[in-house]
Design a protein around this ligand. Sequence first.
Ligand code: F6P
Length: 366
Amino acid sequence: RKKIGVMTSGGDAPGMNPAVRAVVRAAIYHDCDVFAVYEGYEGLVKGGDLLRQMDWNDVRSYLSLGGTAIGTARCAEFREREGRLSAAANMIRNGIDALIVCGGDGSLTGADLFRSDWPSLVQELVDNKTFSPQEVAPYKHLTIVGLVGSIDNDMACTDSTIGAYSSLERITEMVDYIDATATSHSRAFVVEVMGRHCGWLGLMSGLSTGADYIFIPERPPKAGEWHQELKNICSRHKAKGKRRTIVIVAEGAIDDQLNAISADQVKDVLVELGLDTRITTLGHVQRGGTAVASDRLLATLQGVDAVKAVLENTPDTPLPMIGVLENKIVRQPLMEAVRLTKSVATAIESKDFDKAMQLRDSTFAE
Ligand code: F6P
């Protein structure tokens, strides 16, 4: 019987529980044993109680559960070879030779490293007499499949990551609340949203709430000019009778000379304009709560396909990442997607913002 491990890693995202549920149930449906790896890679490194076989009923009610019930961590030990060696030993001890990892690009890059290290890790476990050559014989190849779970929607080659639309919904709801008090007092609010280096949450929440101005890293305003531009736009809106002013600042916001733009700086400009201004940093509220229906669906369809991808995997298949393009679940070569994602950051660093936007949009056929 095939034994598959499933884990969530990196920052939690709404929809991770539905993804774990789908993997557990699809694996059981396909006659596999399935293990939850608790606390992300830490569970693999430490083993023992952190690796638990899952039953059909263990994931009951996971669809509407926020966060990740099997825990997550950013694990420093797994970045070291020693940690990966211990992870490999724990997998072999439990008979697991396939992993489905739900996380962001960092977690999935770690998975790729683990896979490429695998043969030498197994050899080392024989050399140091942890296992005999016979014991490791069935573990020549490690299968890994990636599911992208992140509120940031920052991965290339997929239209949406698990959790992004839930987070967008939460931000939109919060800005609507702010809108009510801002309108009552004729105030301005600077709302800082998450997204790390990606402006998707900032852009989409700005559009969803009719914000007056949006700061995102991929379309930075001109240094030395944005103060005046912001003032002009907000005054124009005021002159049209708008009582409230809402400015969304993505946490990675910069100007076109790559200087960081903070919520405080934006507030100062609005105050200069004479607006009574407050800052709201939404913070981790954006990652909390239950997943919206579209994330539950995405996680379920992708979780089922991840199990199929494990069963269809061959040693030559490049590590697959389960994505979604134009509403179809697709398998993409993970490291290509990671490479393209990183190239957005490189384009921004070299001030080629058009290219950054183009790359953000880029996808490629299955
Ligand atoms: O990647 C998800 C994310 O929420 C980012 O938007 C944010 O920059 C980061 O994680 C915050 O990380 P932490 O929860 O470790 O503070």
